[in-house]
Design a binder for this molecule. Structure first.
Ligand code: SF4
Length: 477
C-alpha cells in the first residue's frame, strides 16, 4: 500500500485541468485467447487464428510454455483491420507457440531497476523514464516491457522481489524537485551522483495514451510545475487506435502549451512498419497518389496531421528491428521516407534487447545494421537521421559500422569488424562518443556474442560494473 502524500495541484495547474475534456474511447479490444479457445471470438476476428494455431496454443495453456503468461494477448479492431492485409502486422499481435520455445533472457532487461530511486521512475542522467500505466491498446509480442505488462515479479539489486510499480505524481515530483535543488545548490552537479539537472521526463509504460486525457493532463501539469524542461509521451497508439488523437486530446495539449509555453513536448511514436499507416487497395498494394507519394490511412493521416500541425510538438518515431515484422530494408525505406515527408523524424531503430524469449524476435546485430544501412540507400540526408541503437547496460549504444572487408593485419579482424559507440550513458554523460571495436560475429544477437573477440574497448562495454542501486528516495525537506 502506498503511503505517498496526496499531491496538491497549484492554482495554475487547476486552471489548466479545468479546461480538459476527457471522453471515453471504445477500442473494440480483443483481450486474451480464451474467446478463441472457446469458439466465441467476435465475428470480425473469427479466422484470425486457424484451428491448428488455436489448438497448438491451447495445448500450452497452463504449462511453462504458456504464451499468455509470458505476454498477454490484446488487439484493437483498428489494428485487426490493418493486419488482415499485412503478414508483418499479424506477426506483431498474434501469439505464436515459437515464442516460448526458448525462455532464456533477462527478467529486468538493462538492469532498469538499478536506476529507480522511487517506484515507477528510472532516473538516467538528465532524463527520467516513468512507468505510468502497465498496458497498451494492443500488445506487441516482442514487447521490451513484457515483465511490466505481464506483472512479473522482478528481483532488485538488493535481493528484494516485487512487481514493477507505477509512478505516483507526488513521489516523482518530490524527487525531481529535491534532486534539482541539490544540483542547483552544488553548482550544477549532484553532490553524490555527479548528475546534472533532471530536465526531461518520458511518460511510458505501457502506453500513456490509454489513460484518459484528465490523467495525462495531471501528469503534464505536475511535471511542468516541478521544473522539467521537456516531456515526452512514448506511444504506439497512432498505430493501434489513431482515433485517440481527437480534438479533445489535441485541445488538451493546446491548453497545456498555453499554460506552460516553456515546456517542450515530444511525441515519441512507435511505428514498426509502413503497413501500420499507409492505405492499401483490395489487392493489398499501397496506393500511389497522382503526385507519386503513397496515400496514408485516413485515420492515421488525421492523427499525424493533428500533432505535426502544432509546430511546438516534436514528433519522433522509433522502432526495433524484429524478425518477420520489419527485418525488411524495402519496408524500412518506405517508412523512413513517408514519415519524414509528413514531418515526423526518424529517431532510432533498435536491435532487440535481451528480454525473456528474445531469440524468437531478435535478428542478429550485424543483420539489423545491414538492413537499416540498405534501407537508407537512396534516401535523402534528412530522411536518414535514424541510427541503429542497442541498449547496453551502460546506456544507448550505436552500432556505427560493420565492415564488409577483413581488416588486414589485425588479429581478430579476419572476418571484418563491428564498431559500437556510446550515445548516452545512463549514469555518466562524459562516456558519450567512446567506442568499442570487435571482430565480426554474424550470429551474435547480444553483446555476449562478441565477448571472445574484442579488439578495442575504451567504451568499457565488456568491462562493466552495475551502478549502485539507489537505496532510498530523496525527499524534499
Ligand atoms: S506498444 Fe510498446 S509497451 Fe506496448 S506492447 Fe508494444 S512494445 Fe510493449
Amino acid at each position: 500500500m502506498s503511503n505517498a502524500k496526496k499531491y496538491q495541484p497549484t492554482a495554475r495547474e487547476q486552471a489548466f485541468l479545468a479546461t480538459v475534456e476527457s471522453p471515453r474511447y471504445d477500442r473494440d479490444n480483443i483481450n486474451g485467447l480464451r474467446l478463441f479457445f472457446e469458439g466465441r471470438a467476435p465475428d470480425h476476428v473469427r479466422g484470425f487464428y486457424t484451428e491448428a494455431e488455436i489448438g497448438a496454443l491451447r495445448e500450452l495453456k497452463g504449462t511453462e510454455r504458456d504464451v499468455e503468461a509470458r505476454m498477454p494477448v490484446k488487439m484493437t479492431k483498428h489494428y485487426f483491420e490493418l493486419a488482415r492485409q499485412s503478414a508483418p502486422l499479424r506477426t506483431l499481435v498474434k501469439a505464436n507457440p515459437a515464442e516460448t520455445l526458448n525462455l532464456h533472457g533477462a527478467e529486468d532487461p538493462g538492469y532498469q531497476m538499478d536506476y529507480s530511486p522511487v517506484e515507477g521512475l528510472l532516473h538516467k542522467y538528465e532524463m527520467g523514464l516513468m512507468y505510468v500505466v502497465s498496458t497498451c491498446s494492443a500488445h506487441c509480442r516482442f514487447c521490451y516491457r513484457e515483465e511490466l505488462i505481464s506483472r512479473k515479479e522482478i528481483e532488485r539489486q538488493d535481493g528484494t522481489v516485487a512487481k514493477k510499480g507505477l509512478a505516483q505524481i507526488g513521489e516523482v515530483t518530490d524527487y525531481i524537485r529535491s534532486h534539482n535543488q541539490r544540483v542547483a545548490d552544488n553548482g550544477g552537479r549532484h553532490p553524490e551522483s555527479g548528475r546534472e539537472k533532471l530536465r526531461e521526463i518520458l511518460l511510458s509504460g505501457g502506453d500513456p495514451m490509454v489513460m484518459p486525457n484528465r490523467k495525462l493532463a495531471e501528469w503534464l501539469g505536475a511535471l511542468a510545475e516541478s521544473g522539467v524542461e521537456s516531456i515526452r509521451i512514448g506511444t504506439k497508439e497512432m498505430a493501434f487506435f489513431p482515433d485517440r488523437f481527437d480534438d479533445a486530446f489535441l485541445s488538451m495539449l493546446d491548453r497545456f502549451h498555453e499554460s506552460y509555453p516553456d515546456v517542450g513536448l515530444r511525441m515519441m511514436l512507435h511505428f514498426n512498419h509502413p503497413d501500420e499507416f499507409l492505405a492499401k487497395d483490395d489487392e493489398g498494394n499501397y496506393i500511389e497518389e497522382t503526385s507519386g507519394v503513397l496515400r496514408w490511412h485516413p485515420k492515421t493521416q488525421r492523427a499525424m496531421e493533428g500533432v505535426v500541425s502544432r509546430g511546438w510538438i516534436c514528433v519522433e518515431n522509433q522502432s526495433p528491428i524484429i524478425k518477420n515484422i520489419n527485418d525488411d530494408s524495402d519496408a524500412l525505406r518506405i517508412m523512413q521516407r513517408a514519415l519524414k515527408r509528413v514531418g515526423a523524424e526518424n529517431h532510432y531503430f533498435f536491435c532487440g534487447r535481451d528480454i525473456v524469449a528474445h531469440k524468437a524476435f531478435n535478428v542478429p546485430i550485424e543483420t539489423a545494421w545491414k538492413i537499416l544501412n540498405e534501407s537508407q540507400k537512396g534516401l535523402s540526408g534528412v530522411e536518414t537521421h535514424a541510427r541503429l541503437s542497442i541498449t547496453h547496460y551502460k546506456g544507448k549504444t550505436e552500432v556505427s559500422a560493420v565492415t564488409n572487408e577483413p581488416m588486414a593485419g589485425i588479429a581478430g579482424g579476419e572476418n571484418g569488424i563491428i564498431i559500437f559507440k556510446i550515445l548516452r550513458n545512463a549514469a555518466s554523460a562524459p562516456d558519450r562518443g567512446k567506442v568499442c571495436i570487435a571482430g565480426r560475429n554474424p550470429e551474435a544477437i547480444w553483446f555476449d556474442g562478441y565477448a571472445d573477440r574484442i579488439l578495442f574497448d575504451e567504451a568499457g562495454l565488456f568491462d562493466y560494473d552495475r551502478v549502485a542501486a539507489p537505496v532510498a528516495a530523496e525527499q524534499v525537506s
